[in-house]
Ligand binder design. Structure first.
Ligand SMILES: [Zn+2]
Ligand SMILES: [Zn+2]
Length: 488
């Protein structure tokens, strides 16, 4: 009996793998679970929203959700359902092509890993000899105190034998080899497949997402739909043009599943985790106790910057890691964003306050809340002023790359005629002016100082005042919101 013979692999027979849930085949359960997870988590965040349980961790106020988004909650809900129908139909078609899962081969596969371990040990003395280490000598020294380790250094010579099925005496694995092989087969290798799948999804999504922002046709035709949400919320995560949803999300995770060679049961975890991460990235909260926000630096706060008109050309990475943004220089580098957020908060609140005063009955204010294009009038009346204001606003942005990011972002919003356009920028410049004015008069009290309820007049006046003030602040006096910004 020679030690050069490897321990034999056990025989096996295959039989159908019983489904996880008795009444639904695994290949359909893997399609259902992500959708259940999507709506369960979304419902949880919606409930947190409605009851206002964690206002201190909100990225945006309810007033902003009401005033800044260019899609109603119904439109978002409807389009997400539509995307999930397409995704499920695609999965069902693929399910037909896929063979039914079988089982019975696990012990065999564990033994294959144990054999690989044995072969690695065989190569050890030779590998150590190349760096001048005497493996045989080490083996002899360890023989008494550490017999197992001694056998490893001897090239996997354990002198263990067992009777085979046919009655012959054949080499056997050491128990540690089987234990480690089990760990690899049941845990380490699937974990590697998972991580590999994550990298595939991140890579696929980054480059498509970036292309969607670089190519004007792709942006205006498809991706601008997702950017109607300037204030993302959980179930807006998959609010996309159907083509984009299919290309980025369905094909992206499907490709990762195939390339990583996952089993159907692995895909349940993978698809569900990807979905949960995407929802969490849009949840609108920076929750300190939400593990998903801390596993990687890609989280709700990170992705929220991408949803702002000033950050839209940055932070393309999604949904797991940020390394592509870091490597390819597309990460937001404009510094502290708290002043920008504060500005948007104040402005949205001001609009809600204005509504409450100008509309005497509930129906009217409800109708105003449903208005999907609240910035149209401002756009018509104030676009030339906006350009002036834009020019005078530029000094508040640090020169160099951050300035390019800001300009690029403004241009993207300008190019988008449906959910962006000059109206959004005009609105924001006016917001900036108003936020400063309110802050100066009374830092915490948001009194309604604009006597006019005609928003276009307010905007024009706000812009003129802004231009004057900006010119003034260029000569050394910066305070309030912009003071924080320019001190970066
Ligand atoms: Zn985008
Ligand atoms: Zn998004």
């Amino acid at each position: 009996m020679s030690n050069s013979t490897l321990p034999p692999l056990p025989t096996y027979s295959l039989w159908p793998l019983p489904p996880v849930v008795s009444w639904i085949p695994d290949k359909y359960l893997t399609l259902v679970l992500p959708i259940v997870a999507y709506w369960a988590l979304s419902l949880l965040f919606h409930w947190i929203d409605e009851l206002d349980l964690f206002p201190q961790y909100r990225l945006h106020t309810p007033a902003e959700v009401l005033k800044r988004n260019h899609a109603t909650r119904w439109e978002v809900f409807r389009d997400v359902i539509f995307q999930q129908v397409i995704q499920t139909a695609f999965g069902v078609v693929l399910g037909y092509l896929e063979e039914d899962a079988v089982t019975g081969k696990d012990d065999y596969n564990v033994a294959v890993w144990a054999r690989r371990l044995r072969l690695a040990q065989r190569g050890l003395p030779g590998a150590l000899a190349m760096v001048g280490v005497d493996s045989t000598g080490i083996s002899k020294n360890l023989a008494l105190a550490h017999p197992v380790l001694s056998s490893v250094f001897a090239g996997g010579d354990y002198g263990l034998y067992q009777p085979s099925v046919s009655g012959d005496i054949v080499p056997a694995f050491a128990s540690w080899e089987i234990q480690v092989a089990k760990f690899i087969y049941w845990f380490a290798f699937p974990a590697m497949q998972f991580v590999f799948g994550v990298l595939v999804v991140d890579t696929w999504q980054y480059f498509w997402h970036r292309a969607m922002h670089m190519n004007k046709f792709l942006y205006t035709t498809f991706h601008s739909r997702h950017h109607r949400l300037y204030v993302p919320y959980a179930y807006g995560a998959l609010y996309n043009h159907p083509f984009e949803g299919f290309l980025l999300d369905t094909l992206g995770t499907g490709l990762a599943y195939l390339l990583a060679g996952m089993t159907c049961r692995q895909s349940m975890w993978f698809f569900t985790c990807s979905t949960i991460k995407t929802v969490d990235d849009h949840c609108g909260y920076a929750l300190p106790w939400d593990p998903l926000q801390h596993i990687t630096s890609n989280n709700a706060g990170y992705h929220d910057i991408h949803h702002q008109s000033w950050g839209i050309k940055t932070n393309f990475s999604q949904p797991f890691f940020t390394f592509w943004d870091r490597l390819l220089g597309t990460m937001w580098i404009g510094g502290d964003v708290s002043a920008r957020y504060e500005r948007a908060r104040l402005a949205a609140q001001r609009k809600v306050d204005a509504d409450t005063i100008s509309h005497t009955n509930v129906e009217d204010s409800l109708a105003a809340a449903d208005d999907t294009a609240p910035y149209q009038i401002e756009a018509q009346n104030a676009s030339s002023l906006a350009k002036t204001a834009q020019a005078s606003l530029q000094p508040s942005i640090p020169a160099g790359k951050a300035e390019q990011q800001a300009l690029g972002s403004r241009q993207q919003v300008l190019d988008d005629k449906v959910s962006g356009g000059i109206s959004v920028l005009v609105e924001e410049d006016a917001e900036e002016a108003e936020a400063q004015r309110v802050l100066r008069r009374s830092p915490r009290k948001k009194t309604l100082t604009s006597s006019s309820n005609n928003s276009s007049t307010t905007t024009a006046a706000g812009l003129k005042g802004l231009r004057d003030r900006m010119n003034g602040s260029l000569h050394g006096k910066a305070s309030g919101v912009l003071g924080v910004e320019s001190s970066r």
